[in-house]
Ligand binder design. Sequence first.
Ligand code: ZN
Ligand code: ZN
Length: 121
Amino acid sequence: MARSLKNKELVNTRLAANYGGWMYCDQCKENIGYLCYSTYDHLELHYQCNCGSKGSADITFEDSKTGSECDDELITIKNRFCCPKDQEPLITILDKKVMSYEMKITCKDCGSIYKRVKVGE
Ligand SMILES: [Zn+2]
Ligand SMILES: [Zn+2]
């Protein structure tokens, strides 16, 4: 079922579909990750691509819940960050393609907000 967007802000970033799919850096056209369509409620991502370009994505839906911050770490299943509570796949960030990133993603299923940071060298 299509979800209706409340807010979608992409900076120097392209998404393959309306609110999911492969994510590309607008400058070098490299894919930097993959966003799962139906399992997240809110995404806030800031990153610096290997090409030097800084990009971000901020997406929420009309029916997004507020969610609750949690300190648990996302688990990785086949390259994809998943919710540790219900194993829902949420997002892939291709680590080798980005120098650094800061991400907050809310699992739609359980409402947990996960944070993940990669600090540049
Ligand atoms: Zn780039
Ligand atoms: Zn969850």
